[in-house]
Design a protein around this ligand. Structure first.
Ligand code: DGL
Length: 275
């Protein structure tokens, strides 16, 4: 394969940038198109049928728009519902999903008390509950759904002040005790949440391991490009610059562009897709 690989990384907003940063670091030769469906943000507030319909419609447009070799759905709220639909609809494109990292948390926990911090949508999914049954039956798993954290992460990326008190209130239910034992692993099951990791660590009642699946997703994307699609490990073909596509109106102020650059994104374009 003599051209650079093209990867579409998709989320409802800016959360998937936490995955994008890892993909950009691991696969510097690939071109990344990051798509934020900000016209429909937050997915966590939409019903299941609405998420499926929206993601399929937007994905059709994005695939036609940029012709990716592979797609990373960098959103737990979407992945836990839409992956089988997306794969059936575009069988030639590999889709790499992001689902709650319950398996690694359950094997890493010493206390057996783990928590899953996610959107209300992801917490309610059968898919998430099935992961708990399959991989964490020996643990006490606390599912915590937050309506507030993803919008706070968006505000933070736009350079706005986010309240410590609001963050502390949202993460508090994830810290559980049982006799002498206490939660020691918390799964970041929304890609927006690692954007606030500094605040989470500072505001935690006690230290825990925060499980971010982004590095594993980037490794999976690398495997798909090389093993499945045949792109070489290092490619001399120069990729065109990475960019972000927004589906809704957005003031891309200097704070946002500054936050995008270290995550491998150099410019922003609009492809309006009203909800
Ligand atoms: N970043 C998305 C996720 O991983 C959620 C944000 C939203 O509610 O749209 O679940």
């Amino acid at each position: 394969m003599s051209r650079a690989a093209k990867i579409l990384i998709f989320d409802s907003g800016l959360g998937g940038l936490t995955v994008c940063a890892e993909v950009a670091r691991l696969l510097p030769d690939a071109q990344i198109i990051y798509a934020a469906d900000n016209a429909a943000f937050p997915y966590g507030e939409l019903g299941e049928d609405a998420v499926v319909a929206r993601v399929l419609a937007v994905m059709d447009r994005l695939i036609a728009f940029c012709g990716p070799d592979a797609v990373v759905v960098a959103c737990n709220t979407a992945s836990t519902l839409t992956l089988p639909h997306l794969r059936a609809r575009s069988p030639k494109i590999p889709f790499i999903g992001t689902v709650p990292a319950i398996k690694p948390a359950a094997s890493q926990s010493r206390s057996g008390l783990i928590s899953v911090l996610a959107t209300p949508g992801t917490v309610a999914r059968d898919y998430t509950r099935e992961l708990v049954r399959a991989y964490a039956a020996h643990c006490k798993v606390t599912l915590v759904g937050s309506r507030v954290l993803a919008p706070l992460a968006e505000a933070f990326m736009h350079g706005k002040n986010v309240s410590d008190a609001a963050i502390a209130r949202e993460i508090a239910p994830a810290f559980v005790t049982s006799g002498e034992l206490r939660t020691d692993c918390i799964v970041l099951a929304c890609t927006h949440y690692p954007l606030l990791l500094g605040q989470f660590e500072r505001l935690s009642p006690w230290p825990v391991a925060w499980i971010d699946p982004a590095p594993a997703i980037a490794r999976r994307a690398g495997h798909v490009l090389r093993e499945l699609l045949g792109f070489p490990e290092s490619n001399t073909a120069s990729a065109t610059p990475n960019y972000v596509v927004f589906t809704g109106a957005l003031a891309t102020g200097p704070e946002l562009l500054e936050a995008l650059r270290p995550r491998g994104i150099e410019k922003a374009v609009m492809e309006p897709m009203p909800l």
